[in-house]
Ligand binder design. Sequence first.
Ligand SMILES: NC(=O)c1ccc[n+]([C@@H]2O[C@H](COP(=O)([O-])OP(=O)(O)OC[C@H]3O[C@@H](n4cnc5c(N)ncnc54)[C@H](O)[C@@H]3O)[C@@H](O)[C@H]2O)c1
Length: 309
Amino acid sequence: MKYVITGALGHIGSSLIRELSIWKPDCKIIMIDNMSAQRYCSLFNLPKLANYKFIEADVGTINLSDIFKDSDAVFHLAAITNAAGSFARAKEIESNNFSCTQKVANACLDQKIPLVYLSSTSVYGTSKDTVDENCTQEELQPQSPYAETKLKEEKLIQELVERDLKAVILRFGTIFGTSPGMRFHTAVNKFCWQASIGEPLSVWKTAYHQLRPYLDLKDAIKAFKFILENSLFDGETYNVLTGNYSVKIITDIIKKTIPNIRIELVEARIMNQLSYEVLDFKFRQKGFLPEGDIERGIKETLALLNIHN
Ligand SMILES: NC(=O)c1ccc[n+]([C@@H]2O[C@H](COP(=O)([O-])OP(=O)(O)OC[C@H]3O[C@@H](n4cnc5c(N)ncnc54)[C@H](O)[C@@H]3O)[C@@H](O)[C@H]2O)c1
């Protein structure tokens, strides 16, 4: 078996490359990353179970046809992330992320290789209490250049599915939990970092009581396994999440380990006034059951950052 993972050294990829070796011992795992996120540590101490190959390259410019040849699936994770920071880098993000996805999806189509494409629940924005994959166009309201590009990439994948690309689009909630190449831009991890170093937790003014979808990294990896086991490359889009939580729920959990945290309410361009829950019935109806736990995820992250006293 052979699997290609783009953006393999990132937060999600650094966990996937390790778990794949357990599900598919002796498989070939081809990892591509341009090191723009500098996660060298993701390559440390890889398990001996699989045959790893690392290619330092930009997915948007490298010739993918030889690399993808005879692959059983491609996991396309390469992207410039950090939604909140994407306002200042809108053009760069659009050009990097869209061109990578275009290149990867076309190479998969040419070689008939199944593709797992990662989108994000940040494509939603609704005044209703709940939203799911069947929502109207008005409820697809990306709140950042990063999320706008995700929606554009989704449309591209859907067009290629019409031309027989085997693909699945996964709208992941914001990841929490630890990995060898983890990053700290996103809400839960950022708050754990700030609490650990004794800084105030910078909470967007509108966000304290708003519900938003989160995904335990363990559930994210379980979702990938589920897709492979069930060959769920049905061209559909699925929300994948562990639960919908408010910042208050998250900070209350952090307080159990670090009681004296301070909260600073800050302005952010990405915020909106809306609170809504994202529903994941469609993926659950396929048989997927999330088992993650926000409390465990936070405790593990704080334990990793055991620098507070
Ligand atoms: N982490 C989350 O909360 C979350 C939530 C929803 C969706 N996603 C999506 O999942 C995917 C992986 O996210 P992550 O959290 O692991 O991100 P990450 O930033 O930790 O990792 C992305 C990796 O892609 C690499 N990369 C970027 N541009 C590249 C290019 N042109 N060529 C080769 N490599 C390139 C980076 O060096 C980095 O190692 C992304 O598409 C992201 O948008 C993440």
